[in-house]
Design a binder for this molecule. Structure first.
Ligand code: SF4
Ligand code: SF4
Length: 138
């Protein structure tokens, strides 16, 4: 999850967040935040920790997640995504999970994006994918 305008393609990283519509900020219903993340949000917006918790996060089972809004490409996205540039508006204040994703040299969603753009012969096409997690026992 990257800041637009800052190229993240390092030698051994095979994705470029500046050329991606931010799948990771949009298709996951849960962007989990820790207490430290809420503290960082509070500092970023110069509000109290309680205010940051209420304004920017929502309950999800036993945890807190970033609030989501309707999106112009996907059904929903993170409230902090700039829907025009597809960049994070709180880059320095973003949660820890956003800082580490995808935690490997390839991003599966970027690969799907590039695959479909090649397959469809259109470098502007966006495959609108959705991810649903199901327990195998269900
Ligand atoms: S889905 Fe992958 S390439 Fe796209 S913004 Fe997220 S980490 Fe970057
Ligand atoms: S905080 Fe920023 S990087 Fe994290 S999900 Fe929201 S828009 Fe994406």
């Amino acid at each position: 999850m990257a800041e637009r305008g800052i190229k993240t393609s390092k030698p051994r990283v095979h994705y470029d967040c500046t050329k991606c519509p931010a799948f990771c900020c949009s298709i996951y219903e849960r962007v989990t935040v820790t207490k430290a993340d809420i503290n960082r949000l509070a500092k970023h917006f110069s509000v109290s920790v309680e205010e940051a918790r209420e304004k920017y996060t929502a309950p999800w089972e036993n945890e807190r997640v970033l609030r989501r809004v309707k999106d112009s490409i996907f059904e929903e996205t993170c409230m902090f995504l700039d829907q025009k540039t597809r960049g994070c508006t709180i880059y320095n204040g973003r949660p820890g999970v956003c800082r580490t994703y995808p935690a490997r040299s390839r991003c599966a969603y970027y690969d799907v994006l590039r695959f479909e753009q090649t397959q469809q012969g259109d470098k502007n096409v966006v495959p609108v994918v959705k991810i649903i997690f199901r327990d195998e026992d269900e």
